[in-house]
Design a protein around this ligand. Sequence first.
Ligand SMILES: [Zn+2]
Ligand SMILES: [Zn+2]
Length: 314
Amino acid sequence: MSTIRIVFLGTSAAVPQKDRFLSSIALQRETGEIFLFDCGEGTQYQMMRFNINFQKITKIFFSHLHGDHVFGIFGLLNTMNLMERTKELTIYGPIGTRNFFEGTMSTQENFGFKYPIDIQEIEEGLVCEDDDYRIISKRVMHSVYTVAYAFIEKDRLGRFNKEKAIELNVKQGRKWQELQKGKSVLSEDNKVIVPEMVLGPSRRGFKIVIAIDGLYVEEEFAPFAKEADVLIMEATFGDEHIANAKERMHSTARWAARIAKKADAKRLFLTHISPRFKDDNSLEMQAKEEFTEAIIAHDGLEINLNRKDLEEEK
Ligand SMILES: [Zn+2]
Ligand SMILES: [Zn+2]
C-alpha cells in the first residue's frame, strides 16, 4: 500500500458534466484513515466507483460553502448512518458551516444518527494535528470566505544504525526500540546513549496542498504551497477568460502554474474545470508553458506517494 493515496472524485466547476462530477478529493493515509476535501453532489457515488471506503473517513474539510462543494454531504452522512457507523466524524469548514448543518440535521432527528458529528468552524491557521501530521488553512480570494488546506507530515526520526548500536554496546530488543522512538537508554556498560548517537538525519514527510476554488495572490499563496510534493489548484478558466476569472474570483490554468513554479512544487494537478472546455488540452498546454509538471485532473485520477521515493531523494 502506498504511503499516501489521493483520488479525485469530482473535478467539475459549478455544475456536473457527463464525465466530471462536482468537487471532492479523498486523501488516504498509510494508517488507512481517509480525509475528504469538499463533498460536492454525487461524491458518495464516486466513492463507490473509485473504491473509497466510507467508514474510513474520519475528517471532512470544506473549502467554502458554495453548493457545488458541499451539497453531497447529507447523502453521505445518511449512508454512513445506515451502514451502522459509530465512529465520530469531524467536519471542518468556514464560519457558517454549523448553521448549514444544524438546519438540515434538525429535520432528521427521526433517523437517530448513531454516530457523533463534530463541527469545527475554522479560520486561517492550524486546523488540526497529531503526532504525524498537521493541517493548516490559508484564506484565498473568492466571493465567499474560502480556504485552501495544506496537509503536512511532520519530520520523522532518522534511520536506525544497528552497527552503531552494537558498537556502543546497547542490548538488542527493548532498548533498540526505545532509541528508535527517540528515547535515551543505558548501554551494557552503563553509559547514557542518546538517540542522536544511533539515528541518521531526520527524514521529511510529504506536503500536499489542496486549493479547490478561488483566486490566488501569488506572493501570498506561493509561500503557503512552498515545495509541495503535490499541489492541487483550481483552473476554472483559460487565457481567453482573464476578465471572467478576475470578476468571479477564479484562477486560470496559467496563473496556477506560475504559482506552482514560484513555490517550487514538485507536481501540479488542476481541477474545478469549467464545463465550457469540451477539450482540456489547450488548458493543459497553457499550464505547461509555465510549469512542465502540470496536468489537468479527471475524475478517478489517482496519485500514489511512496515513502521510499522520499528516501531516494538526494
Ligand atoms: Zn466551485
Ligand atoms: Zn466557489
